[in-house]
Design a protein around this ligand. Sequence first.
Ligand code: AMP
Ligand code: MG
Length: 364
Amino acid sequence: MPSSSASDSPVPLLAQHQHRALLRTLTLALACLLAACNRLDNPVYHDQFFAFGTLIDLTFYDVDPARAKQASRALEQAFMQMHSDWHAWQPGALQQVNQQLAEEGQATTDPAMAALLQEANRLSTLSNGLFNPLIGRLVALWGFHNDEPPSGPPPAEDLIRQLVEQVPTSADVHVDGKQISSRHPAVRYDLGAFAKGYAIDRGIELLQEQGIAHAIINAGGDLCAIGRHGKRPWRIGIRDPRKPGVLASIELTGDESVFTSGDYERFFEHEGQRYHHIIDPRSGNPAGAVVSATVIHPLAATADAAATALFVAGPDAWPAIARQMGVEYVMLVDREGRIHMNPAMQARLIFESKPDTIVMSETL
Ligand code: AMP
Ligand code: MG
């Protein structure tokens, strides 16, 4: 009679090993099957955290839940760090750059910050300075360097005029390696129109490094989508600037970002007039002609900068600026509710209700 003792015969021992290995394989296979079933049942993973003053909403498709959770925690950490490093008015790396530039005309920073500022400067040049990340002093004068929007009244006109007379441009700043220099006394970086987009691009890189191929990072309606939602493309909505709900929806194919700048995001009202946070660097006042500008572009950083620039450019000047910035899809909503867009954008949008007036630009 075969013994089950390990010492008296090697045969049953081998069988026991095989038995254990088989059991392990079966258990593993069962676990994989269950995980796969789970993913088939619900292949969408959702998570949220707060950064850049807004809710960051993550959606991953067909990712193992443990890996999804790990990636989501890594993203949250990265976003927290970027938010504090790039903050326009709270202590952090960007504030140090601003302070050193103001005091010494030069600043030394790390390569990541230098790359961020260089890209902001490059896009500013392409926008003819309508996206101007150097107007921190104007944004502060309007009271928007605060978590809560100001309550008004608007700043005195002569104070605005003084700052407009010395608005710096991207040509006033030089980035060389980790060294940033400027002789312009009014240079103050404010990356409010750009940092979220740049951060989303870094976030997408982080996901892709972790093997996540199908995802959306959505920061308060501004987002980048990669891959697909299973068999169909991702579908997203563009907010109506004047009433709750969606103005139009769109399918995103491949890796694309959709960013909207709107006068409804941060504003105050004074004597019946709305003063919002997107400043025309030429006048020093909130840009007045449109209420929202939506841009689609492969890169979130470009989409973010361009949405701000085209908001400032307004209904007449936007096509030229869009071309310069390499943007192929644009929609503006003007103060009268008219939709301005190019044919390529129209071909992709599904409106909730047919717009009264569409002003079509030539092809970009
Ligand atoms: P966004 O919502 O992306 O258009 O960004 C608006 C934010 O960017 C504001 O809250 C300001 O911090 C900053 N900002 C305002 N006007 C401009 C401008 N013309 N160019 C660059 N940044 C701006
Ligand atoms: Mg922007």
